[in-house]
Design a protein around this ligand. Structure first.
Ligand code: BTN
Length: 306
């Protein structure tokens, strides 16, 4: 019932009376009123006036029926622990390639290296499920494709001066706008599942201890449609990875990175390397010239600009 009311409100260009909603759904006005209260509690911005109800910012909804492409592959949650966990469950139940799990809010959002990802309402939190046989050598390209596509979108559509920090953070200046986490599963020599999880600060005010983050809203000074952003991203990302074997993702990605040429510290759970980032090779590894002049190929880790 809640979903149906939301759908009616999102398709109405003006205020719609409780009576008219109750007639369309064949229910009582009291039932409509109760469900409107529940929707408000879920965080939906619905104005109640003597004339009826009006959804403020219907453009922002992330329900499958708001998407023109991929509608049948989208799985929406108002709240969930983590879209990564939901994606695993869907994959185990045989969902198709390029299924997408979206949440308005996560209660146990996961960051890289076991960190917590604060996921308050207003941000966009989703995991794209890639289920096609892909060699491990090519699988890393999917991550690079995701950050490349988002950086380009932010620059072209929102005029935001975004860059990518190796391996996949999207920064504006030194502040983080998006983090990407990927999980993989292999069967034998072949990667059979990749979950690309992205948390984008859109209309939220990023919060957390010592947070150095920024949102699109704070950068451009107005609320943006999360649905429009996500729809454009999914469209471009789908196109980009359609021929992942042929495309030269890394060369393209390098046009958007701010890492090469920077003095960096790369930290893993066990080690720390300081030096200058001089390149990203064709496998996606960062080449760091250490202070003793020796070059090291770094396959993973957290990168800090010094
Ligand atoms: C990072 O540490 O930079 C990666 C953050 C990734 C967060 C996203 S939000 C959607 C998906 N679900 C999660 O629990 N994490 C990822």
């Amino acid at each position: 019932m809640k979903e149906k009311i939301l759908q009616i409100l999102s398709r109405s260009s003006s205020t719609i009376s409780g009576e008219s909603i109750s007639k369309s759904l064949g229910t009582s006005r009291v039932a409509v009123w109760k469900n409107i209260q529940k929707l408000k509690k879920d965080g939906h911005d619905i104005e109640s006036t003597p004339k009826g109800y009006c959804l403020v910012n219907p453009e922002d909804l992330l329900h499958p029926w708001n998407f023109t492409q991929f509608e049948n592959q989208i799985h929406y949650f108002a709240t969930t622990e983590s879209t990564m966990a939901e994606a695993r469950k869907l994959s185990n139940n045989g969902c198709p390639d390029f299924s997408v799990v979206i949440a308005d809010e996560q209660t146990k959002g996961k960051g890289r290296l076991d960190r917590v990802w604060n996921s308050q309402r207003g941000g966009v939190y989703f995991t794209v499920i890639i289920k096609r046989d892909i060699s491990p050598v090519l699988s890393f390209r999917v991550n690079f494709a995701a950050s490349l596509v988002l950086a380009r979108l932010l620059i072209d559509e929102y005029k935001i001066d975004a860059s990518v920090k190796w391996p996949n953070d999207i920064l504006v200046g030194d502040k983080k706008l998006c983090g990407i986490l990927s999980e993989m599963e292999s069967s034998g020599e072949i990667i059979s599942y990749i979950g690309i999880g992205m948390g984008i600060n859109v209309n939220n005010a990023p919060a957390g201890d010592g947070i150095n983050a920024v949102s699109i809203k704070s950068l451009i000074g107005k609320t943006v449609s999360r649905r429009a952003l996500l729809e454009k991203f999914l469209h471009e990302f789908h196109r980009k990875i359609a021929h992942i074997e042929d495309t030269e993702i890394i060369a393209e990605w390098k046009n958007f990175t701010s890492t090469i040429g920077k003095r960096v510290s790369i930290e893993t759970v066990k080690s720390k390397i300081n030096g200058v980032a001089i390149d990203v090779d064709s496998t996606g590894a960062l080449i760091v010239e250490k202070d003793d002049g020796v070059c090291e190929q770094v396959l993973f880790g957290d990168c800090f600009y010094l």
